[in-house]
Design a protein around this ligand. Structure first.
Ligand SMILES: C[S@@+](CC[C@H](N)C(=O)[O-])C[C@H]1O[C@@H](n2cnc3c(N)ncnc32)[C@H](O)[C@@H]1O
Length: 278
């Protein structure tokens, strides 16, 4: 059953919050396998067949394809615009062992036991039913296959200086994600989620993504000022009463003020887990 855009019994739909954001795909495309999949790379070998679930613009997927070449890598996502960008980047870089398909993580269009490895970065945090997604990932993994998942946990965020509207906007963001079916605090639950669906020998860890240099602070301030509360989120948060329409430009101004502060520092906690299908 496809849970995307489906109404649940609490009246909440699952929607990818950044579906219409112009800035988010550019941000995602800066990600690499070396950085965002570092925790999984030691478990990969040339020749493995790997599935990247919710691959977005595919920058990590392409790096994973290099890691397992000549093994085949498939990236799936529901967002056709990002998939088109992924296909173009792979072609431009001459990476032949990767392909991209439109599919939902809840209904992977692959037979049971058909992959050696699976990866998913920053996707479970947007899902209403991460357990169903992980069950589906386990279904397509061969016995002994490895899954690597990575998601943020907003309980680990640190930010200075403590500008009230900046802090409030992070809280609003978590509530928008929740209203869209997701959970910005999912990182701490990786072990429990993988164990529940039958993965074994689970290894968990966490690290920070840091915006501390002048350049990084400017970059992150700009993303937050312009992008994270994108138009569909604005509609949602005014409808849900999380913020007034007047507050949204004030939030953008607060992020610019933050980015102009020489003491600005931001760090996001990211949790990782690997588990084996046994
Ligand atoms: C924050 S992005 C992460 C993209 C990529 N993994 C990365 O780290 O660059 C989340 C992605 O999950 C995708 N997504 C959301 N719901 C999905 C679903 N049910 N099935 C497949 N992909 C989904 C979105 O379209 C989006 O590309």
């Amino acid at each position: 059953m496809n849970k995307v855009n489906e109404q649940d019994d609490t009246g909440t739909r699952e929607n990818y919050t950044h579906q219409t954001s112009a800035i988010m795909p550019q941000h995602l495309a800066k990600r690499t396998a070396e950085r965002q999949a570092a925790f999984l790379l030691p478990h990969l070998q040339p020749g493995m067949r790997l599935l990247d679930c919710g691959c977005g613009p595919g920058s990590i997927t392409i790096g994973l394809a290099e890691a397992v070449a000549p093994g085949e890598v498939i990236g799936i996502d529901i967002n056709v615009i990002q998939l088109a960008q992924a296909k173009e980047d792979a072609a431009n870089r001459g990476i032949k062992n990767v392909r991209f398909e439109t599919a939902s993580i809840y209904e992977l269009p692959f037979p049971d036991a058909s992959f050696d490895a699976a990866f998913s970065n920053a996707v479970l945090s947007h899902l209403r039913d991460p357990t169903a997604a992980l069950t589906e990932i386990r279904r397509v993994l061969k016995p002994g296959g490895v899954a690597g998942i990575r998601n943020p946990d907003s309980d680990g965020q640190v930010i200075a200086p403590a500008i009230p509207l900046v802090l409030r906007s992070r809280d609003i963001y978590s509530k928008v994600i929740a209203a869209n079916g997701g959970n910005t605090r999912i990182g701490k639950d990786h072990k429990s989620l993988l164990r529940q669906v039958g993965f074994a020998d689970i290894e968990v860890s966490a690290h920070y993504e840091v915006y501390g240099s002048d350049e990084a602070v400017r970059y992150w301030g700009n993303i937050n000022a312009n992008g994270l509360l994108n138009e569909s989120a604005v509609e949602l948060l005014t409808r849900l009463g999380l913020a007034t329409a007047d507050e949204i430009p004030e939030i953008s101004r607060a992020w610019r003020e933050w980015a102009d502060n020489p003491d600005a520092f931001y760090a996001d906690a990211w949790c990782t887990a690997v588990g084996w299908n046994q």
